[in-house]
Ligand binder design. Structure first.
Ligand SMILES: [Zn+2]
Length: 119
């Protein structure tokens, strides 16, 4: 992959990271406001559910940020675009869609079958 193409991916990843950080901030605030006010038992159950959902969203945000950071690191290391599992090149179409993809399509499907959901 040439330097110019890598630059493009770097830009894309930076934008994605900003976006993920912004979402994370929103979800963080949501998680902090969910517990305010008085509540009866039913409300509390609802709140717990909401809280669970918000925490799940936060976890997703965190995961995404980690994936993006890892991808940026791979650019630095000069191994960007290589499958972290089999070492093959990840298809360009896949990378342009998910620039933080860690695995090629085949490996991803294989890993999903094993119950590990990854990009
Ligand atoms: Zn692979």
């Amino acid at each position: 992959m040439n330097a110019k193409v890598l630059e493009t991916y770097k830009d894309k990843l930076s934008t994605l990271k900003e976006e993920a950080n912004r979402l994370r901030q929103i979800h963080l605030e949501e998680s902090q406001t969910t517990f305010t006010g008085s509540m009866d038992v039913i409300d509390e159950a609802n709140v717990m559910q909401d809280k669970g959902m918000v925490l799940e969203k936060l976890e997703t945000d965190n995961k995404k940020i980690r994936l993006i950071d890892a991808a940026l690191q791979r650019i630095e290391d000069g191994v960007f675009g290589e499958c972290q599992y089999c070492g093959d090149k990840i298809a360009k179409e896949r990378l342009s869609f998910i620039p933080y993809a860690k695995y090629c399509k085949d490996c991803k499907e294989e890993l999903e079958k094993e119950g590990k959901s990854h990009y």
